[in-house]
Design a binder for this molecule. Structure first.
Ligand SMILES: [Zn+2]
Length: 276
């Protein structure tokens, strides 16, 4: 049996990826920044801190406990098939990645879930710190989905920790504001979600946001016909039109967005009217 990745190792890998990307963002920025980096990053870290508490107190214990039961009682799709441990981990990660694509679509399409996912999208810049900034409510709501993924697929605790560490690295990478050489980005994008691809998902244009929902492999967007690579980064304004001012996205306002009367998100004109 392959053991779980120790939490300190997963934490060190994520911290190293974050630091490496932050340094690369300073050297080769992909998009021009709108807000002060210090103010934004402090705000994003505060939102991320609350989210990390939910992940540490709810998601990880639930996934480890359920994964143990799945392993013991041979629940889930992959338990029905005999295969080496490494292949089971790889297939678990593949199916977790696909079902996360579905969850991401749901967070946009189901109004109640969008109230929470919106907090991630109203960031006026996009960089590695945006990758950490999910409302704690969204992370709490994702726990039952994660539990269903684990039981249906048959994900062991070892497979879960490997996938979660790879996912964090992938999310940090594709939210980052790093300008990769275009040839390298195109090559990577054949398999993985890349910064330019995910930048289109964070556009203020609704039709552009409704694309590029994958979190790890770009395959799922290709299969569903939701891949878009035709928008130059210079043409993209990051955010959601109804929350287009810095004053709309202060830390207290961010935290209460899901619980307030919802603005007409994609109409700049309506949004301006409501702000007045
Ligand atoms: Zn999204």
């Amino acid at each position: 049996m392959i053991n779980m990745l120790p939490p300190y190792l997963a934490g060190c890998i994520s911290a190293a990826v974050f630091l490496g990307l932050t340094l690369a963002e300073l050297r080769r920025p992909l998009r021009r920044r709108v807000e002060s980096q210090l103010v934004r990053e402090s705000r994003n870290f505060a939102v991320a801190g609350l989210g990390a508490a939910v992940t540490a107190l709810a998601e990880i214990p639930a996934a480890t406990w359920l994964g143990g039961i799945v392993e013991q009682r041979k629940w889930g799709l992959l338990s029905a098939l005999a295969m080496p441990a490494w292949l089971r981990i790889a297939l678990s990660a593949l199916l977790l990645d696909y079902t996360l694509y579905i969850w991401h679509v749901l967070t946009h399409k189901v109004p109640f879930l969008w109230r929470f996912h919106l907090v991630h999208h109203v960031d006026l810049d996009l960089d590695a710190s945006t990758a950490l900034r999910f409302h704690f409510g969204e992370l709490a709501l994702s726990v039952p989905w994660r539990a269903a993924q684990i039981v249906a697929i048959g994900v062991s605790p070892a497979a879960f920790t490997v996938w979660q560490t790879a996912l964090v690295a992938s999310i940090l990478f594709h939210h980052s504001n790093v300008e990769l050489p275009i040839e390298l980005e195109r090559l990577l994008n054949r398999i993985f979600v890349t910064p330019r691809m995910h930048g289109i998902h964070h556009s203020m244009v609704e039709a552009e946001t409704n694309s590029n929902w994958s979190s790890g492999l770009s395959l799922w967007d290709r299969l569903h016909g939701t891949l878009r690579l035709d928008v130059p980064q210079q043409a993209i304004t990051i955010g959601v039109p109804a929350y287009g001012d810095s004053a709309d996205v202060t830390l207290p306002k961010l935290l209460i967005i899901p619980f307030r009367h919802q603005r007409s998100d994609w109409s700049g004109k309506d949004a301006a009217g409501q702000r007045r």
